[in-house]
Design a protein around this ligand. Structure first.
Ligand SMILES: Cc1cc2nc3c(=O)[nH]c(=O)nc-3n(C[C@H](O)[C@H](O)[C@H](O)COP(=O)(O)OP(=O)(O)OC[C@H]3O[C@@H](n4cnc5c(N)ncnc54)[C@H](O)[C@@H]3O)c2cc1C
Length: 291
């Protein structure tokens, strides 16, 4: 039997106090869809669970055209999937939310819980990388902002100090007309983790067309394929030869492992295939005015 206590503080300050009191014996719980599973599998043994669900400032999503979308720590995957501005301006994130688990789990699981779990196959990771999210963190030392590119340091590892809470994340609005998508390759359609996840964002900005490409489940940390992005830059309708070149560059940027879900070789070839598909989808969406 699992023996643990749980507290539901009503303010951030109270949460940080409990976390400080219990130190390494405490763990944060948002939706609990990872933490409770890990506890049941005896992978973690917290004596104190700090449940964030009663802290008002962690709820809600807001959209400011000049700043972007701000997602609170207790926003569920379904809330973000259904949010009008998320669907309209953040296609890669909305797609990723809909690819996560099933409708029941999505009502519990939070977007930021997925990020804080920092599991390489997490579906929120590629869109957060491609959309250049910034995490707003609160702890005993005060507040700090962490660019998502610096947040995850390895499988299940991130830069959060003990007792720190991610309060919210801001995803800046891409500067220009944009389209995005997330393609998840799994062994089946629901309730499976990604074998490969690819997020693409295409932006028609001041300097012409820009592509951003980010990958999950193919390296210990999130990957941006900057060489592939450079190859595609300026190309509104990349032809087959250019797509092939970009796909090869993307594959050179990842370093997958073989595990129960897929082999290293399969992941390399799927990175190439999904890169071509994701770029084509975004180019088509911008061309067709669906962005
Ligand atoms: C049946 C099932 C299917 C699943 N399918 C998928 C899937 O398709 N894709 C996928 O990516 N994942 C999947 N998962 C994993 C899980 O649902 C997600 O990772 C989920 O988004 C985690 O969110 P949560 O709110 O439940 O996190 P929790 O379990 O509450 O927390 C996860 C981790 O993050 C920490 N944490 C949470 N919030 C904060 C915060 N605000 N600040 C600091 N630390 C924090 C916790 O301490 C813990 O270490 C699945 C899980 C189950 C049980």
């Amino acid at each position: 039997m699992l023996a643990f206590e749980m507290e539901r503080p009503r303010s951030l300050a109270a949460a940080v106090e409990v976390l400080g009191k219990y130190g390494s014996k405490a763990m944060i719980k948002a939706g609990g869809t990872d933490v409770l599973v890990w506890m049941r599998k005896h992978a973690v043994h917290p004596e104190m669970l700090v449940d964030l669900s009663e802290i008002p400032e962690l709820r809600g999503i807001s959209f400011y055209p000049h700043k972007g979308i701000k997602i609170g720590a207790m926003c569920t995957v379904n809330q973000v999937a259904e949010h009008e501005d998320s669907r309209r301006y953040y296609g890669a994130l909305a797609d990723a939310c809909l690819s996560h688990s099933d409708a029941l789990i999505r009502n519990k699981a939070t977007v930021l819980g997925n990020i804080c779990a920092s599991v390489p196959s997490g579906d929120m990771i590629p869109p957060f990388a491609a959309l250049e999210a910034v995490l707003h963190v609160f702890g005993r030392e005060g507040e700090r902002d962490v660019p998502f590119a610096d947040f995850i340091t390895g499988p299940r590892k991130n830069v959060l100090a003990p007792g720190e809470i991610v309060v919210s994340a801001t995803l800046p609005l891409p500067r220009g007309r944009s389209a995005g998508c997330y393609i998840k390759l799994g062994r089946r359609n629901a309730l499976d983790l990604a074998q490969v996840g690819v997020a693409c964002v295409a932006i028609d900005g001041e300097k012409g067309r820009e592509y951003r490409l980010a990958y999950g489940a193919v390296a210990p940390r999130p990957v941006r394929a900057s060489e592939a992005e450079d190859i595609l830059a300026g190309q509104a309708a990349p032809d087959a030869a250019l797509l092939e070149k970009a796909a090869k560059a993307a594959s050179a940027a990842v370093n997958p492992i073989t595990d129960v879900r897929a082999s290293r070789e399969y992941r390399f070839s799927m990175v190439e295939e999904l890169t071509k598909r994701a770029v084509s989808i975004c180019a088509e969406r911008l061309h067709g005015g669906n962005a």
